[in-house]
Design a protein around this ligand. Structure first.
Ligand SMILES: [Zn+2]
Ligand SMILES: [Zn+2]
Length: 130
């Protein structure tokens, strides 16, 4: 079941979460470009959290391969929560902080400076349309 829009992290938050986990998949530990990390929501068997502060315990940042396998092999709720418990407490706090701020609707900047994209340190694969 998808998360309600009110608490679902937006693209900017997903990018910050990827940075918080050092662009590493939380299952296999492989480094993965920020834009390719996927956020998995642990919602099976428990109520969807209504507060964004609680959301950090219900997400995993995964590479696409692990994300697919986790669904394909029906990783148990217990194992998913175990993975969350392995998260470094500092990373946990940072993810919580990112998710605790209310989502902001996207608004285009007043001035557009294409040079900004070249200053962005996050890796963007060739061919990726920003
Ligand atoms: Zn992985
Ligand atoms: Zn998932």
């Amino acid at each position: 079941m998808p998360l309600p829009a009110a608490i679902r992290p937006g693209p900017a938050e997903v990018k910050r979460i990827a940075r918080a986990v050092a662009n590493r998949c939380e299952l296999c530990g492989d480094e993965c470009p920020a834009c390719l990390l996927e956020i998995h929501f642990i919602t099976r068997g428990r109520a969807i959290p209504s507060r964004r502060e609680d959301l950090h315990r219900c997400i995993l940042a995964l590479c696409s391969r692990c994300h697919r396998d986790l669904h394909r092999y029906r990783c148990t709720l217990r194992d998913q929560q175990f993975l969350v418990s392995l998260r470094d407490p500092r990373v946990s706090r940072e993810v919580r902080r990112i998710l605790s701020s209310p989502p902001r609707p996207y608004s285009a900047p007043d001035t557009f400076d294409p040079g900004r994209f070249f200053l962005d340190p996050s890796p963007v694969p060739w061919g990726w349309v920003v």
